[in-house]
Design a protein around this ligand. Structure first.
Ligand SMILES: [Zn+2]
Length: 325
């Protein structure tokens, strides 16, 4: 049997030890080359490429744009804007985040970096935002391509009573919390993975039509929600009570995605709150698609995405806003 990728030396191209041994300049150069082509500063406001180095502030390099006279740093105008931690800490955070292939506990991250839980919470969500930006407006499939779709329910746990006699039937709608949501995965074979969160599978059909290109052959289980997709797509259906893969119909790729998300939920996150479910689902999709990429390339990929995103609308000043409210 072939060796699993994660056991190979190729999977380990960057480590915490290596980052700790980097010079300050080495760390800055990682951000510089990932942000700008050939590492030459470009003004984030006006795009001018003539920028002068000015005084370093708190040991971080700054530049002044010749055209608009604005000052900027390595992280101005990006997801890491207004950062308070040293750049090295951000790099360490991304390594710790990528190395946990099923998801990184934010409490563990706060211990790794010796920062407050609030800080690691916001940082982890910004990294999820960077990962999600790679799926924005992305369409998968096309003529001759195959995609698998499936749904799985998350959240809304109702705790059973201690005494069996007092327990209610938690399968009944009236006994549920109303917080359960379905994650629907759209996974192209040999391609990318997209996700959607909805109250029920039926509600995701419109999104599936938007995000999977016409001409794609779709594999799905027997859930009646997918019947509507026969109009517009060629489909292969499989009844999972009969087998995992029958007559070429198979959704194992979609199931594999859910096993990663489910293990992340059970083992690392423990509880995924409703409004954040989509973010965790997108994180798991990114991890699924990057699973055969070395950890160094994963880290560079996430930092590059973060430097191309604008400041986070949801997570910049998250705790300051919570205090003011
Ligand atoms: Zn400028």
């Amino acid at each position: 049997m072939a060796q699993h990728f994660l056991f190979s030396a190729a999977a380990r191209s960057l480590s915490v030890a290596k980052i700790m041994r980097m010079s300050e300049l080495g760390v800055e150069n990682v951000f510089r080359t990932l942000r700008w082509p050939d590492g030459k500063p470009v003004c984030p406001r006006c795009g001018c490429t003539i920028c002068y180095e000015c005084h370093r502030r708190v040991d971080a390099p700054r530049w002044r744009c010749k055209a608009c006279r604005g000052d900027f740093s390595l992280t101005s105008g990006t997801l890491f804007a207004w950062h308070k931690l040293p750049l090295r800490t951000y790099l360490l955070a991304v390594v710790a985040f990528c190395n946990e292939v099923k998801g990184k506990s934010m409490l563990a991250l706060s211990r790794d970096l010796d920062v407050q839980y609030k800080t690691s919470f916001v940082l982890a969500h910004k990294l999820r935002e960077a990962m999600a930006s790679s799926m924005k407006a992305l369409r998968i499939g096309g003529e001759g391509r195959v995609a698998e779709i499936d749904g799985a329910y998350f959240g809304g746990h109702v705790r059973p009573e201690n005494l069996a006699a007092e327990r209610i039937d938690r399968r009944l709608a009236e006994n549920q919390s109303g917080k359960r949501r379905v994650v629907v995965v759209m996974r192209e074979r040999g391609g990318r993975t997209l996700v959607q969160v909805a109250p029920a599978e039926e509600a995701a059909v419109a999104t599936i039509r938007q995000r999977i290109a016409g001409g794609t052959l779709i594999h799905a289980d027997e859930s009646p929600a997918w019947n509507a997709l026969h109009a517009g797509f060629a489909m292969r259906r499989i009844n999972h009570q009969e087998g995992y893969s029958i007559a070429g119909a198979c959704t194992n790729g979609a199931e594999g995605y859910f096993s990663r998300l489910r293990r992340g939920e059970l083992g690392h996150h423990h509880h995924i709150a409703g409004p954040y479910l989509l973010r965790y689902a997108q994180e798991a999709a990114w991890r699924e698609d990057s699973r055969h990429v070395s950890n160094g390339d994963q880290v560079h990929g996430v930092v590059r995405l973060a430097l191309r995103c604008g400041p986070s609308v949801d997570f910049s000043g998250y705790w300051q806003r919570a205090r003011a409210a």
